[in-house]
Write a protein that binds this ligand. Sequence first.
Ligand code: MUC
Ligand code: MG
Length: 378
Amino acid sequence: MSKIERIETTVLDIPTIRGHVLSMTTMTAQSIVLVRIRFSDGSVGLGEGTSIGGMSYGPESPESIKVAIDAYIAPLLEGRDGNDVNGAVALVEKAVRGNPIARCAVEIALWDGLGKRLGVPVSQLFGGAVRRAMPVAWTLASGHSETDIAEAEKMLATRRHNIFKLKIGKRRVREDLAHVAAIADAVGDRASIRVDVNQAWSLTEARQGLAGLAAIGVDLAEQPIRTGSLAALRALTERTGVAIMADEQLNGPADALAVAAERAADVFAVKIGQSGGLKRASEVVAIGEAAGIGLYGGTMLEAGVSTAAALQLFATVAHLDWGTELFGPLLMTDEILAEPIIYRDFSVHLPEGPGIGVELDEDKVAFHRRDRARTLQA
Ligand code: MUC
Ligand code: MG
């Protein structure tokens, strides 16, 4: 038996390549909670818990993720059989309400450790990969139409992305529509244009906004209104030609079932963190597939560890109609993986190798540690 000996957490802060303007915050750095599980046979599992913009996107923050793991999850799991991932998931869910990103971070490390000990990729533990590469969107969110157009042109020319998600909802609806139209005009039929409102619109604004987006030819609108009212989301989904994607609305299988039962959205943005781990995310996927809801591999702008874990799961999904947005590592100024994830030909590639398929660049991790100043003095 390989026991869970120790669960360690480290907060990293890595600047973003430019300001990332969302409806609720502008990010200039991303904060990552790195998890290492040390097992009794000497194997190590890697995990990551990452949210967006402190507590402005959702109820978890880097600090709360770290505390939830250090004070509540680690003591519960240390000493247990490292191979019993389902047992760990059930135990943690019973003792820790909410906190899906913290739970996911630890679960990733458990799957990674198990895969490494067995010498198989995590995708195999979820039934096997059906694809080695997936379409990958890029988010245009500089806050300026001209900068976004230049960025889109660069992505098209280098064949890195031909799906663009525009972050809107901060400005008035009319201004946002002009911004979206300018970008859609510039890229024409060379790319798919989608938007993410991050809950910013009222129902009235959403009706106006979606009519405008449909006229522009936008393919998809993500979380146009705040979470809570499935009836309102359904009313929008029924009345617009733009596909509606649920994001913040989905925090695991129970939410997925509720959205599916109400037919409140056309597409699920499946996020491993928001779902509470790979296991629960796979259940969100199953509910979406059973309900005929489109699937999309979402991100919390995670670094390479969580991105690799998500790729392991999404590689096993039969119908990934809307592709993915697993570009998180590219938004940061520095790479913490020893071998970066490959982005090529408008696709992100599944890392090869056991577990989640990635290793850390320890020098980079040491450099970006939040407590580096203290570590250097010690
Ligand atoms: C979100 O709301 O989907 C994903 C891509 C991006 O730019 O922001 C995130 C969060
Ligand atoms: Mg979103």
